[in-house]
Structure formats: C-alpha cells, structure tokens
Design a protein around this ligand. Structure first.
Ligand SMILES: Nc1ncnc2c1ncn2[C@@H]1O[C@H](COP(=O)(O)OP(=O)(O)O)[C@@H](O)[C@H]1O
Ligand SMILES: [Mg+2]
Length: 257
C-alpha cells in the first residue's frame, strides 16, 4: 500500500531573474485508500505543489522532502516518477500536435506497466474506458488535446488515470470548466479508479461542487503557500458558506459554484 509524504516543502520559481518562494513549508501525508481535498484561493500555490511533485523543471525545491513509499521522489526524473506510480492531471493539459491520442496512451501504458499491452486486449480496454467517459471513439486518432475543449481535455486526463492506474493521483482543478453532466461523468471516472481502495488521491479544487461527487476523507485549506487548516468533509461545508476570507483576510465570492 502506497504512501506519499510531503515534508516541510519549500518551492521557488524564477521569473524575470527574480526568485520568488511560492511554497513555504507544506506538510502532507497521503496513504493508499485516502482522498485529500486541497482547497484554496487562486494564486495560493496549489498548482505549484502539483508541479513540484510531478517534477516540472520550472519549480525548484529549495528545501524539504517528497517521499513515495520511503523513496526520494526529488531524486527521480519526471518519467521515473510516473513509473513509480505518481500521476498528475494538470489544470491546463498541454496540446501535443502530431501525436495521436491512441499512440500516446499506448506509449504511456507501456512505460508504466513495463511491457507493451497485448494489442487485442488493449484495443478493447481503451474502447471501454472511452465509452465509460462518453468520449467519441474518433478522438483516438486526434492529436493529444489539440483543439479539445476544456471539458474534453479533462475527460482525457481521467481516461489516462483509468488506464494507468497510478498509486497516487494528483487531480488539479479537474472540475474547472465542466458543466454538470461532464462533472458527473468525470467524477464517476475518478470514483471507479478509487474503487480498488488502493488509490491515494490529492484532489485540488477551488470550489466545493466536485466534493458532492467525490467524497474526500480529509479537507485541507491551502493559503499563502502552505496548509493552514485540516479537517474532515465538514471543513468544505464551512468554506462553502464562509469563503476563504478567514484565511486570506481578503473577501472573495463564496466558494460554492
Ligand atoms: N511559472 C511561474 N512563473 C512565475 N510565477 C509563477 C509561476 N507559477 C506560479 N507562479 C506564481 O505562484 C503563485 C501561485 O500560483 P499557482 O501555484 O498557480 O496557484 P493556484 O494553483 O493556487 O492558483 C502565483 O502568484 C503565480 O503567479
Ligand atoms: Mg492552479
């Protein structure tokens, strides 16, 4: 059973030759079978946390640790992290012109599983996974994310999640830009992935709406580059009615959507 441990993580980015600290001491442990919602205002560093775990080169870990089953994730390359069982569904999935979705999925599955999936079972597996997410089979031949709508990109992130079955999944604002039907379909995809009971999920979200479909075990409030409060699902209800003002000192619209 997997455990992701984040210990006193500090992360900076350098923009216009100025180094700025974005994460200032994040502590979080996610065990297999647990879903942790990370909720916070815009600009609090939620995506930075997901990029730092995935190994994005722009985000420099200046101190602290990330361990997956005791192994030092920070020593691993991006693809080693994926093979070790970490998965990131990005807030803004990138377009990869010239690479078909079907080639991309097969290459990713081969890398993560350590051998190429048998063609006949693979085709069926992908078809089923696509139909579960209401994805038109024609998408298999389209370039990765190219010209996809926001909602189509999010569905394809969850398609990858289902096929790759990572130990730990980080879902960064997977709910953003989805209408209520798409939100349900995508949430069902996440819940199928969770059904094994062995998945650890970090569900990053600004709004509480998705938590009606994907029930978290823990809710953490993220503000100013770190976790400032942790609790159970009741904390999300409190945020829905009060917003983040208690944590930021700034009033923004209530977090319900
Ligand atoms: N690549 C980058 N270059 C410069 N600033 C960045 C970069 N990535 C993030 N930031 C800054 O870090 C802060 C946190 O951003 P982000 O992690 O995207 O927050 P969130 O996902 O919570 O909205 C913001 O002030 C943002 O402008
Ligand atoms: Mg973000």
């Amino acid at each position: 059973m997997a455990t992701l441990e984040i210990k006193d993580l500090h992360v900076s980015v350098t923009a216009d030759e100025v180094e700025k600290e974005i994460l200032s001491g994040v502590n979080l442990t996610i065990n297999a079978g647990e879903t942790h919602a990370i909720m916070g205002p815009n600009g609090s560093g939620k995506s930075t946390l997901s990029y730092a775990i995935a190994g994005h080169p722009k985000y420099t870990v200046t101190s602290g640790q990330i361990l997956l089953d005791g192994e030092d994730v920070l020593e691993m390359s991006v693809d080693e992290r994926a093979r070790a069982g970490l998965f990131l569904a990005m807030q803004y999935p990138v377009e990869v012109p010239g690479v078909s979705m079907s080639n991309f999925l097969r290459t990713a599955a081969t890398a993560v599983r350590g051998e190429a999936p048998k063609l006949r079972t693979w085709v069926k597996e992908v078809k089923t996974a696509m139909s579960d997410l209401d994805i038109d089979p024609a998408f298999a031949e389209r370039s990765v994310n190219e010209g996809f709508s926001g909602g189509e990109k999010k569905r394809h992130e969850i398609l990858q999640l289902g096929l790759l079955q990572p130990k730990i999944a980080i879902l960064d604002e997977t709910d953003s830009g989805l209408d209520v039907d798409a939100l349900r379909v995508v949430s069902e995809g996440v819940n199928r992935y969770r059904a094994s009971g062995e998945a650890g999920v970090m569900l990053i979200t600004h709004y509480t709406r998705i938590l009606n479909y994907i029930k978290p075990d823990f809710v953490h409030v993220f503000a100013g580059g770190k976790i400032v409060e942790s609790g159970g699902p009741e904390l999300a209800d409190q945020l829905e009615s009060e917003g983040y003002v208690r944590f930021t000192g700034k009033r923004e619209e209530a977090v319900a959507q």
